[in-house]
Design a binder for this molecule. Structure first.
Ligand code: PLP
Length: 510
């Protein structure tokens, strides 16, 4: 080793070659690789072998965190060796072309130009990049919804709370599901019209480039309305008519920010060049199978002038006052290449994830299996629990379905469930599901009723839904016998720690 070191740094020997990463390669274990020339196992439990999931764990909650295939974990581990075999070579030379490949692969999947797509750590980060780059004026409006994801609506709230002006105002659309797509569109348009009436003295002349009345001259722009729209809401897990919402927004001169955290890998037929949202973002670490955290941020060229800085501001920031700005504009892609030192492996796993999906049969085959299972499984779950689906038609379902739980339904807010009781039930269910029944499915209270949200993934089959149905029956009986009859409003002890060392748990409700 010392000999190599001396030769390499003194240049006294012609064979001054650094050690190659291959020295540290580990051999793939079972399920960590696959033979592209051979057919994959059928969808369902035979595919579980290709995931790190505990054999006995019934995972009906892919939607929250994703769970990646072993070949992606293996590739990420290899990459970790490669990076640390020579951090300078990797970071200075090898990283950028590989990042470009990932961006190219994602862009192809969502019908975008590679120059309009960058990778960031997660959906929350992407959303913050957009909303914190808008130059807000006093009188601007941001429209969210009651179903907007917590961290996203809090980002809007934060912007309205800032001690410094300017602060936009926040408006909220109430979506109480079940709703048809037509009803969602009606509520969406009505809120925009209502906002314009409510602020009739405000001139909403800052409209997006594809809307009528767009003017490039900043002096002509007064106020704007920005709509933050989910493509698939989190709770309940509902596919919204976001493409039509983009059209309505365009007609109304409203900017669109599409929180598509769940879309890539779950929703079919995403073509952003057709739909033309103003901004769009999606996690790649949920349904696409890339390593956590990796999200795509899409900003069409026409709107890149708005994203002046990545979060955090990077080496490649270009000041609008510098001569380089004329040539590079905001330098959207390059400023997102390196936003401070981090682990780059998640971004680079995107092509590996897509290759694995292609081996499984490709996006359409995966969607067809998962959508059908989400619907059939939800029907079976409802049958076992004696309840019904939130949406029998399937219009609101991509690959997550929602089923009512067998618990009393409230006619008026607070009639049965105080906030404390809701929190207690939620914690009780999580505790039971995770530590007593070795499973998980989302569960939440919406529009007066308790529901569960089931994610159908390639490794699931009907037996998973049947198991979860029986488990929820038992848990709901216990909820009725304990929390609802005896413990109304009282705090219900602690979430059970998984080991004696872990005394304090933080309750996460998504
Ligand atoms: C609709 C929606 N938006 C945003 C997020 C945030 O994703 P992340 O935690 O990766 O930032 C989630 C997470 O589940 C989500 O469901």
């Amino acid at each position: 080793m010392l000999g190599w070191f001396t030769r390499y740094f003194t240049g006294t020997d012609s064979i001054a070659v650094p050690p190659t990463p291959s020295r540290k390669r580990i051999a793939p274990g079972p399920g960590e690789s696959y033979d592209v020339s051979r057919r994959p196992p059928p969808f369902g439990h035979p595919l579980k072998h290709y995931f790190a999931l505990d054999d006995k764990y019934v995972n009906l909650n892919h939607g929250s965190y994703g769970s990646i295939p072993l070949p992606v974990i293996y590739a990420a581990n290899q990459l970790a060796y490669e990076i640390d075999a020579n951090p300078d070579v990797f970071n200075r030379v090898a990283y950028k072309p590989r990042l470009a490949k990932s961006r190219e692969a994602v862009a192809k999947l969502i019908g975008a130009d590679t120059g309009e797509v960058v990778l960031v750590p997660n959906a929350t980060h992407a959303l913050n990049t957009i909303l914190r780059n808008f130059e807000w004026r006093e009188g601007d409006l941001i429209i969210g919804a009651t179903t907007t994801y917590g961290a996203v609506s809090n980002t809007i709230r934060y912007l309205t709370d800032r001690s410094e002006q300017p602060r936009p105002k926040m408006l909220t659309i109430v979506y109480n599901f079940p709703l048809t797509h037509a009803e969602v569109l009606e509520l969406f348009r009505a809120k925009i019209r209502e906002a314009k009436q409510q602020y009739a003295d405000t001139q909403f002349t800052d409209v997006p480039p594809l809307s009528e009345g767009y003017d490039r001259d900043p002096a002509e722009k007064k106020n704007k309305i920005v709509a933050v729209i989910d493509s698939i809401t989190s709770n309940p897990g509902v596919l919204l008519p976001w493409k039509d919402m983009c059209s309505i927004a365009r007609e109304e001169g409203v900017w669109t920010v599409i929180d598509a955290a769940h879309s890539i890998g779950q929703e079919q037929h995403i073509n952003l060049s057709d739909t033309k949202p103003d901004f769009w973002l999606s996690n790649c670490h949920k349904w696409l199978f890339a390593k956590r955290g990796c999200a795509v941020l899409y900003v069409p060229k026409r709107n890149q002038y708005i994203i002046k800085s990545s979060l955090p501001t990077s080496h490649q920031y270009v000041s609008p006052n510098s001569p380089k700005y004329k040539e590079l504009g905001t330098n959207f892609v390059m400023q997102h290449e390196w936003t401070g030192t981090t682990d780059e492996t998640p971004y680079i796993t995107v092509p590996t994830a897509i290759a694995f999906r292609e081996w499984l049969g490709g996006e359409q085959a995966i969607y067809d299996y998962c959508h059908k299972l989400a619907m059939d499984g939800a029907r079976r779950l409802a049958e076992i629990m004696g309840t019904k689906l939130l949406d029998e038609s399937g219009v609101l379902v991509a690959t997550m379905s929602n089923v009512y739980l067998p618990l009393p339904v409230e006619k008026a807010p607070g009639e049965i469930y105080s906030p404390e009781v809701l929190a207690n039930i939620s914690m009780f269910m999580m505790n039971k599901l995770l530590f007593e029944y070795n499973t998980y499915a989302g569960h939440f209270f919406h529009n007066g009723a308790w529901m569960c949200r089931c994610s159908a993934q390639v490794f699931n089959d009907m037996s998973d839904f049947e198991y979860v149905g029986k488990v929820f029956n038992t848990i709901c009986e216990e909820v009725k016998d304990t929390i609802l009859s005896n413990m109304h409003g009282k705090q219900l002890g602690h979430l059970r720690p998984s080991s004696p060392d872990e005394e304090d748990w933080v309750i996460v409700t998504y």
